[in-house]
Design a protein around this ligand. Structure first.
Ligand SMILES: *[C@@H]1O[C@H](CO)[C@@H](O)[C@H](O)[C@H]1NC(C)=O
Ligand SMILES: *[C@@H]1O[C@H](CO)[C@@H](O)[C@H](O)[C@H]1NC(C)=O
Ligand SMILES: *[C@@H]1O[C@H](CO)[C@@H](O)[C@H](O)[C@H]1NC(C)=O
Ligand SMILES: *[C@@H]1O[C@H](CO)[C@@H](O)[C@H](O)[C@H]1NC(C)=O
Ligand SMILES: *[C@@H]1O[C@H](CO)[C@@H](O)[C@H](O)[C@H]1NC(C)=O
Ligand SMILES: *[C@@H]1O[C@H](CO)[C@@H](O)[C@H](O)[C@H]1NC(C)=O
Ligand SMILES: *[C@@H]1O[C@H](CO)[C@@H](O)[C@H](O)[C@H]1NC(C)=O
Ligand SMILES: [Fe+2]
Length: 646
């Protein structure tokens, strides 16, 4: 065991690439500052050599054919019907759809959001003036909370006494907003006015404290009894349990994921985008999938289905493609569009109104300020949430904001650095293969330079974890990429790997990949707009690389597919097997659990719905091994200048 670990360390040092050039305009000596240093995180022991590929199970999706055809509905994977008890909501003014967002960057504040009243569907709707309305939330620390968890310093408990059962409650006030989905097409008579959306910031709560909270109903009366526990802050942080989900939707599989995740008791949940799949439905009916418009009532049902988790554990959400909802309204995104508002241009409307980013204290529902954010979890994890569907190239507001965020990371304060964005750059499924080359041509060096530990993605409805990597090669100085888009949504699990052989043609699926009828080689020759779906290409800057033909990445660094030029994708685009950088892949539903055990150790597990929540299918321990400067010309461990000051 000891020998093995040493071998991993040796390999890690050799694999660290120092040749990369970095586009970021920092001082040449900036890497010498503690903020820029990063102790590399790597898999401990045998996990460093893991190479597991679990194929689609015909019994789960229904047939062998369904294993290779995304268009065949998977068994049992259906949304709850509108009005079903799991998703029904009250219209009598009682709070519903309760969800917590947080922690805020201060580590002590959380947002609670909920709805009152019912939505209205029809034509000629107008938004009511809610500016004079007030939302209220009251919180009360539970008697059994630790003494460090007392309500601020105003009323310290008497020494040696437990706090009284009825501790002082604090009441907070907040905003009431609505949003209007104003369809301009044939669905105009199915326009949608949201229920009252209440947002209240629970400010400056005590860390590691169980709270009971109440919310105002439509008449302003505090009602109900909800519970959640705040995260620790900077001390006594470990062990810390983070739940990971994405692409969750509102099917029976979604509620399985929800229940399994809740049984594993995460303290906070990172939800990597694609919430409701409301855009699978037409505006006219929440049960009719006619692809016309997007059905806003499906946001309401979603909020009810996830309330058991979302009202008890704070969520860190992410804006993704099913949050875009651009059909039937005035909405355009191109590489120059960086501000959005009703009624001229309003993608991400419902998401922004219902799931404000952590840190929001006013202007709830403002779209532009809800597209990306950063926060700090438990004072020790910096989470930077990017949006790959709005402009992200150098010079854009998102890029400039993110550069400041990365540069401000102090690894002595937040030893963990995670990044989330929706579409996965590194995965090996047939659907969405290699669609992130443009994004990564800009961001991968940034992640590498700043020593990001984990990159969290969804979008691909399946599970995959990579080894630490950089530019399609194993590299212990690079991040680990986790694709956790297996939450259970109605579009079904992704079934096949890009390197699977299609039984109908005896060719790999990769060879069948195309956009607009052109495979990768043809697209390159024809100089077309790019590889990927239009909702993703629209934010790309001109001439951004959307195709990559990196060297062979098959098993043992071996054989890529070799095919006649022009006819099929050339060597380096496809692969003949699970590449070495892919540690574990399984096209099934489930969730992830990340246990942070110390500043230097973590355990990540993946739980598959079909196996329940007790046994993890994938289970890996991560440890910091030695210094990894990630800068050209950097000195390796042993140098006095590089020794950690922490
Ligand atoms: C989805 O749920 C159905 C019904 O419980 C089940 O039969 C099916 O196996 C689940 N699918 C996956 C991939 O977990
Ligand atoms: C209104 O609703 C009907 C069906 O209920 C539909 O046929 C029609 O196209 C809709 N749109 C308008 C603009 O009337
Ligand atoms: C981008 O979209 C905006 C509207 O948001 C439009 O005014 C502008 O002309 C578009 N630019 C390009 C290059 O298409
Ligand atoms: C695929 O290969 C198998 C075995 O080599 C052969 O029996 C089968 O006919 C082939 N199918 C097609 C569609 O070429
Ligand atoms: C370019 O695209 C056209 C269709 O748009 C196709 O007919 C032609 O074969 C393509 N050329 C190459 C070299 O792939
Ligand atoms: C691709 O198209 C652009 C503009 O449409 C043109 O300027 C450029 O030369 C083309 N490149 C190739 C390789 O044909
Ligand atoms: C795209 O690349 C082509 C060829 O290199 C160049 O002529 C053109 O100006 C570029 N377009 C933009 C908008 O940068
Ligand atoms: Fe997605």
């Amino acid at each position: 065991m000891a020998k093995l670990t040493l071998a991993v360390i040796a390999a890690a040092v050799l694999l660290c690439s120092v040749a990369a050039q970095f586009p970021v305009g920092t001082d040449d000596d900036a890497w010498l500052l503690p903020d820029y240093r990063r102790n590399l995180i790597a898999e401990a022991g045998a996990a460093a050599f893991q190479h597991t590929s679990v194929p689609c199970d015909p019994d789960v999706v229904g047939s062998v054919a369904a294993c290779f055809n995304q268009a065949i509905p998977a068994i049992g994977n259906i949304d709850y019907k509108f009005g079903a008890p799991e998703v029904a909501y009250p219209s009598d003014g009682a709070p519903w759809g309760v969800h917590l967002t947080g922690p805020y960057p201060d580590g002590r504040s959380y947002l609670v959001s909920w709805y009152t009243g019912a939505p209205t569907v029809g034509s000629d709707l107008t938004q009511p003036d809610t500016s004079s309305l007030m939302a209220y939330a009251a919180v009360k620390a539970d008697a059994l909370s630790t003494s460090s968890a007392m309500m601020g310093r105003r009323m310290p408990p008497p020494r040696g006494h437990r706090p009284p059962a009825m501790w002082t409650s604090r009441t907070f006030t907040g905003s009431v907003i609505t949003y209007l989905r104003q369809y301009i097409d044939a669905n105009a008579n199915a326009s949608y006015l949201s229920p009252h959306i209440n947002h209240v910031v629970l400010k400056d709560l005590a860390p590691s404290t169980s709270y009971t909270y109440q919310l105002s109903d439509a008449s302003g009366k505090l009602v109900g009894s909800y519970k959640f526990k705040t995260l620790p802050l900077s001390k006594d942080v470990y062990p810390l349990r983070v739940g990971l989900i994405a692409d969750i939707g509102q099917t029976v599989n979604s509620s399985d994921t929800r229940d399994h995740l809740m049984a594993n008791m995460p303290q906070v949940v990172i939800m990597v985008g694609d919430n409701t799949y409301a855009d699978n439905y037409g505006a006219q009916s929440p049960d009719l999938k006619n692809g016309k418009g997007t059905n806003q009532q499906r946001w309401d049902t979603y909020s009810q289905l996830w309330q058991p988790l979302y009202s008890t554990v704070p969520i860190l959400n992410c804006a993704a493609n099913h949050e875009l909802e651009m059909s039937g309204i005035a909405a355009v995104i191109n590489y120059t569009t960086t501000s959005f508002s009703f009624p001229s241009n309003y993608p991400f409307q419902s998401y922004s109104a219902r799931f404000p980013v952590p840190g929001t204290t006013k202007n709830f529902g403002d779209i532009t300020s809800n597209l990306y954010y950063s926060t700090v979890i438990a004072g020790r994890i910096k989470l930077i949430t990017l949006n790959n569907y709005v402009p992200f190239h150098p010079g854009t507001p998102q890029y400039m904001w993110a550069m400041k965020e990365f540069a401000a990371v102090d690894r002595t304060q937040t030893p963990w650095l995670f990044v989330q964005f929706h579409a996965p750059p590194y995965h090996t499924y047939f659907v969405h293969y290699k669609e992130m080359e443009c994004f990564m041509s800009i961001w991968e060096d940034v992640f590498y330079q700043y020593g990001v530990d984990l990159v969290l993605n969804g979008h691909v409805h399946a599970y995959e974890r990579t080894h630490p990597m950089y530019k399609y090669k194993l590299d212990n100085c690079g991040p680990i990429y986790i694709t956790i888009g297996d939450g259970g949504n109605v579009e079904g699990p992704y079934r096949n790997f890009v390197d699977d052989v299609n039984p109908a043609t005896n060719k790999t699926y990769c060879e069948a990949l195309n956009y607009g009828g052109l495979n990768a080689v043809q697209m390159l020759a024809n100089n077309t707009s790019g590889w990927g779906p239009s909702y993703q290409l629209q934010a790309h800057p001109p001439n951004c690389t959307t195709l990559s033909f990196q060297p062979a990445s098959g098993v043992s660094g071996g054989a890529p597919l070799v095919m006649p030029p022009g006819m099929m994708p050339p060597a380096g685009f496809c692969q003949s097997s699970q590449p070495v950088w892919s540690a574990y892949r399984d096209p099934s539903f489930g969730h992830g659990i990340l246990d942070l055990l110390s500043d230097t150790t973590a355990r990540f597990r993946w739980f598959k719905n079909l196996e329940g929540n007790k046994v993890a299918m994938d289970d890996v321990t991560l440890e910091r091994l030695s210094v990894c400067p990630n800068r050209p010309g950097a000195q390796m461990p042993g140098s006095r200048r590089m020794r950690s000051s922490a």
